[in-house]
Design a binder for this molecule. Structure first.
Ligand SMILES: Cc1cc2nc3c(=O)[nH]c(=O)nc-3n(C[C@H](O)[C@H](O)[C@H](O)COP(=O)(O)OP(=O)(O)OC[C@H]3O[C@@H](n4cnc5c(N)ncnc54)[C@H](O)[C@@H]3O)c2cc1C
Length: 433
C-alpha cells in the first residue's frame, strides 16, 4: 500500500481521499463518524489495504486504525483476548504469544488488520476450521449514527452474525474478542508430488492433517503440498535455510521468472515447468503464528472462489481441463484450501463445508479472460467469491447466492440508515445505497 493510503497492496485500485483520519481513541472514532454523518459525507475504513477489490476506495473520508492497535484485555480462564480493531495480525500473534495464547488458524500472511481480516471472511486451510471470523466471539463497533454497539455469540446474535463479515458496512469495528487456544508448535511439511496422487487422496490428506493445502503448477502434472500438524518438537534453528528458501528462492527468483513471462508470453508454460522443478521440499518447526505466514514480495492480482466441498473434485477437473487447453499465458501456482462451514450471513462458507480455489496473475498483466473463464466454472457450481478478491458479481448475483442477504441488509439499514459507509463499489456489488 502506498504511504498516502491512496492505493491497495496490489496497486490495481487507486483513490484520492479528501481526508485521511488516524483516530487513536474510541471517542475520536465516534466524533469522526458523527461529523461525516452530519456533513452528509461518506467514510470508508481501511485496514492494511490488502483487498484486491475497490472496497476501500473513496474520494471522501478514509479512516485508518493504524493508531488504534493493541491488546485491551485477556481472559486466561476462557483463553480469550480482546484487541483493538486496527491491530495487525503480526503484532496480534506476538501479543497473544506473550500471554501463552495463539489463534487456532490463520491465512498465509500476517500483515492485515484483525478488523479487515474478518470483514472479508479471510480464511486459512483445514477442514476442521472455519474462516477467521469464526474465531471471533464478541465485537464492538461504532455504527453510522456514531453509537457504540456491542454484540457477541450470546447477545444480539443476529447482529453478531451480520457483523462477523460485514465489508465495513455496519460501522467501524473497534474491538474484537477472539477465542484463542494455548500456544502450540507446528511441523510444516512441504512435498513435491504428482497432481494425480494428490487428487486421489485429497480426502484422506484433509482427514489426517490438521491443515492441508496444495498448489498446482499450471501445464504440469506437479503439485506442491503443504501439511501442518501439532508437534512437541522444539522450534528449529534452521533460520538461514528457511530465509534462503522463502525470501530468496520463493520471491526473488520467482520475480525474475515472472518478468521473463511478462516479456515473453509464449514462455509461460515453460516457466511453470521450471517453477514445478524447484518446488521446495522439507520440514520446518515453529510456533503456529510463525508457521502459517509466508512472505509475499512478488505482487499479483488474485481471484479466489469458495465452492461446496463436495463439488471440489468435479470443479477442479474442469479447471485443470480448461487451463490445459493452453489458452492462457499463466504460470502462477493455483492454491487449493479447505474450510469448515459457518452460519455467518455473508461468509462465503455460510451453510456449507467448503473448498477454496485461488488463481493469481502477475501484477500488471491482463487477468480478465483467465479469471472470467474460471469464474464461470466456479459460478456454475454455486461458487461464491472471496470478498477481498477479484470477481464480477452484481447485486442480483449476491442476492441469489447469499440466502441470508436480506437479513444482513435489514441490519445494515438499521445501523447505517444514511449510507455513510457506502462507496460506489459496494453500491454496485450489493445494490445498497
Ligand atoms: C498477499 C496477500 C495474501 C493474502 N492471503 C490471504 C489468505 O491467505 N486468505 C484469505 O482469505 N485472504 C487472503 N488475502 C486477502 C486479505 O486477507 C483480505 O483482503 C483482507 O480483508 C485484508 O485485510 P486488510 O486489513 O488489508 O483489510 P482492507 O483490505 O484494508 O479492508 C478490507 C475490508 O475490511 C473493512 N475494514 C477494515 N478495517 C475495518 C474496521 N476497523 N471496521 C470495519 N471494517 C473494516 C474495509 O472497509 C474493507 O471493506 C490476501 C491478500 C494479499 C494481498
Amino acid at each position: 500500500m502506498g504511504d498516502k493510503l491512496s492505493e491497495n497492496w496490489a496497486q490495481n485500485v487507486e483513490w484520492t481521499p479528501a481526508e485521511i483520519a488516524y483516530p487513536s481513541t474510541e471517542l475520536e472514532i465516534q466524533e469522526i463518524v458523527l461529523r461525516a454523518a452530519n456533513d452528509r459525507k461518506k467514510l470508508r475504513v481501511i485496514g492494511a489495504g490488502h483487498s484486491f477489490t475497490a472496497l476501500c476506495e473513496t474520494d471522501s473520508i478514509l479512516m485508518s486504525l493504524d493508531s488504534y492497535q493493541g491488546l485491551i484485555s485477556v481472559d486466561h480462564d476462557r483463553c480469550q483476548a480482546t484487541v483493538r480493531g486496527g491491530t495487525r495480525l503480526k503484532l496480534l500473534g506476538e501479543l497473544l504469544f506473550q500471554e501463552g495464547m495463539a489463534m487456532e488458524n490463520l491465512g498465509d500472511i500476517d500483515v492485515q488488520s484483525i478488523a479487515g481480516t474478518i470483514s472479508t471472511g479471510t480464511h486459512g486451510t483445514g477442514k476442521s476450521f472455519g474462516t477467521i471470523s469464526t474465531q471471533v466471539v464478541a465485537l464492538k463497533f461504532v455504527n453510522g449514527k456514531g453509537e457504540l454497539v456491542s454484540c457477541s455469540v450470546t447477545e444480539e446474535t443476529d447482529l453478531f452474525r451480520a457483523a462477523q463479515v460485514s465489508l465495513g458496512l455496519l460501522g467501524i469495528i473497534i474491538e474484537v474478542t477472539l477465542q484463542c487456544v494455548p500456544v502450540y508448535t507446528l511441523l510444516l511439511q512441504n512435498h513435491k508430488e504428482s497432481l494425480d496422487a494428490v487428487l486421489s487422496t485429497v480426502d484422506t490428506r484433509n482427514d489426517e492433517n490438521r491443515n492441508f493445502e496444495y498448489y498446482w503448477l499450471p501445464y504440469t502434472k506437479t503439485a506442491w503440498t503443504k501439511a501442518t500438524n501439532i508437534t512437541t518438537e522444539k522450534p528449529d534453528r534452521t533460520s538461514f535455510l528457511n530465509y534462503w528458501t522463502e525470501f530468496v528462492l520463493e520471491n526473488y527468483s520467482f520475480k525474475v521468472l515472472c518478468e521473463i513471462a511478462r516479456l515473453f508470453p509464449s514462455q509461460n508454460q515453460r516457466i511453470s515447468r521450471i517453477v514445478a522443478m524447484s518446488v521446495p521440499t522439507g520440514r520446518k518447526v515453529n510456533y503456529s503464528h510463525k508457521i502459517y505466514v509466508t512472505q509475499r514480495l512478488v505482487k499479483f492480482t488474485e481471484m479466489e472462489y469458495n465452492i461446496p466441498a463436495e463439488a471440489y473434485q468435479e470443479v477442479w477437473k474442469e479447471v485443470v481441463r480448461t487451463i490445459n487447453r493452453g489458452r492462457f499465458d499463466v504460470h502462477f501456482p493455483i492454491e487449493n484450501r479447505w474450510v469448515k462451514g459457518d452460519d455467518i450471513f455473508l461468509s462465503p462458507a455460510s451453510g456449507r463445508d467448503s473448498a477454496y480455489i485461488a488463481c493469481h496473475v502477475y501484477q500488471g498483466k491482463d487477468f480478465r479472460d483467465y479469471f472470467h473463464t474460471l469464474e464461470e466454472i466456479f459460478r456454475s457450481f454455486g461458487g461464491r467469491p472471496h470478498w477481498g478478491k477479484m470477481n464480477t458479481l452484481t447485486a442480483d448475483d449476491v442476492r441469489e447466492i447469499y440466502p441470508e442477504f436480506s437479513r444482513f441488509e435489514r441490519i445494515r439499514q438499521l445501523h447505517d440508515p444514511d449510507g455513510v459507509f457506502i462507496n460506489p463499489y459496494v453500491e454496485m456489488l450489493l445494490g445498497v445505497s
